[in-house]
Write a protein that binds this ligand. Structure first.
Ligand code: HEM
Length: 433
């Protein structure tokens, strides 16, 4: 089933390399409506140096695959460090060390062989088995959240639907029973802003304070699970063990950083995917029929979700840094080149996904999208995310009709970030069934 449309406006109208030098991914209009910019880059300059961002934007599917296959030449660790709190890193780190219980570098944002050890221990805590058991719990949460919505709206679907669902699910997984959802949302925004490249110094200080609070919250939980293990993911990380390995368990610092990663990485991203569902239903009303017909069929729902993730990927680009001189996409890059892998652009490449702006859940290569990355860093939470989105979409189809946006596509506010493409607020009206 195939739905053609292309909502949203992009200010890019040509495809020349010269035009690309005049604009940047950080320009608010481009950042909000980037698809024509991606097209122009793929065609005119697929490994394009963005002068404002000081990064190479890698926009073609095949170049992104090359990078994913070689995590040593294209380092996550160096790319992430250069990205992290860019411009203010020392001050940011001082604040965390002084007021946040310590500075806990992101253990998972690392390179092999260290990453292989961390990922192995994390995988032990994050098994598909545990995710499969979650469907009834997720369904209860989604049904409860929809039940709490007013009769017809308008509501901000981000605040009333997407964020509460994802926060409740991840807290249940981690074993965090007492929490303030508003705080968790603020903490998530503060952590993700560190790779967004669009925060000024005042915002960095405000975000650092939020992260201090988050870390104290997590440290308390980790210490508790050291003494009193339970059936939850924090306990699984604290007690994860690979017998026979040189370093068979995680250190305290590593556990805190991984719990922080799990709490945050899956929050904004999964919530954004749910918001994008409403965005698509609101801007392509033909999709409502398609969703309704798919709702009773798990296979069809899974295909719907994959196409949703391809067409509107929550993560648009994540960074790497070259560790040696290398040729990529016909360009020679020096050692230390900072790259942004434009996953959203790869998903939009017509040679890989014909008529890429069409919503076509019968594509033969549906699962090839790179919305979850690829290679050794492929998203660890993808089974959980897919299930959350599938259950949310299914219950929306069963319980809400006449979904309409209360703003035009041009008025939708997007988070200032080069890493994610996140709708901040989405006023929506609907009829409850
Ligand atoms: C729709 C939702 C999600 C999207 C679009 C998404 C996207 C991604 C992407 C693109 C990467 C690759 C990073 C890279 O290339 O450097 C990634 C990695 C990761 N994701 Fe997700 N993610 C989602 C949900 C989740 C959830 C629910 C969790 C956990 C609860 C999670 C945890 C992680 C972690 C820890 C990594 C790092 C893995 C590694 O480097 O080995 N994500 N995610």
């Amino acid at each position: 089933m195939n739905v053609t449309n292309s909502p949203g406006v992009c200010p890019v109208t040509g495809k020349s390399a010269e035009l690309l030098t005049k604009i940047s991914l950080v320009d608010p209009d481009i950042s909000a409506h980037p698809n024509a910019y991606y097209d122009a880059m793929r065609e005119a300059d697929p490994v394009h140096y963005d002068e404002k961002l000081h990064m190479y934007l890698v926009s073609r599917f095949e170049d992104i695959q090359t990078i994913q296959r070689d995590p040593i030449t294209y380092s996550v660790k160096h790319g992430y460090e250069a990205q992290y709190s860019a411009g203010f890193f020392e001050e940011f780190k001082d604040i965390l060390e002084r007021d946040g219980g310590g500075y806990f570098p992101d253990a998972i944002m690392s390179d092999p062989p260290y990453h292989t050890r961390i990922r192995g221990l994390m995988d032990k805590a994050f098994t598909a088995h545990r995710v499969r058991e979650l469907e009834p719990l997720i369904t209860d949460i989604v049904v409860d959240v929809i039940g709490g919505l007013p009769a017809s709206g308008p509501v901000d679907i981000v605040k009333a639907f997407s964020v509460p669902i994802t926060i409740r699910v991840i807290c249940a997984q981690l074993g965090v029973a007492q929490y303030n959802a508003d705080k968790i949302q603020r903490w998530s925004a503060a952590v993700t802003a560190q790779i967004g490249r669009m925060q000024d110094r005042d915002k960095m200080i405000e975000n650092a304070r939020e992260i201090c609070e988050l870390q104290h919250f997590l440290i308390e939980h980790v210490k508790d699970r050291q003494e009193h293990p339970r059936e939850d993911m924090i306990s699984d990380l604290v007690h994860a063990r690979i017998d026979g390995a040189d370093e068979p368990t995680l250190t305290f610092k590593e556990v805190v950083s991984l719990v922080r990663a799990l709490m945050i990485a899956g929050n904004d991203t999964t919530a954004t995917a749910m918001t994008n569902l409403f965005y698509l239903l609101g801007t392509r009303p033909e999709l409502a029929g398609l969703l309704g017909r798919s709702a009773g069929d798990d296979r069809a729902m899974s295909r719907f979700v994959e196409e949703l993730l391809r067409v509107e990927p929550p993560v648009r680009g994540l960074s790497r840094m070259t560790t040696k001189e290398v040729e990529l996409g016909g360009k020679i890059l020096p050692a230390g080149a900072h790259l942004l892998l434009m996953y959203a652009s790869a998903n939009d490449q017509p040679e890989v996904f014909p008529c890429p702006r069409d919503f076509d859940m019968e594509r033969s290569n549906l699962g090839r999208h790179v919305s979850f990355g690829g290679g050794p860093h492929k998203c660890i939470g993808l089974s959980l995310a897919r299930m959350e989105i599938r259950v949310a979409a299914r219950e929306v189809a069963k319980r809400l009709a006449n979904i309409k946006l209360e703003v035009s596509a041009e008025e939708i506010p997007y988070l200032k970030s080069v890493a994610t493409h996140t709708i901040e607020h989405l006023p929506v009206s609907y009829t409850k069934l």
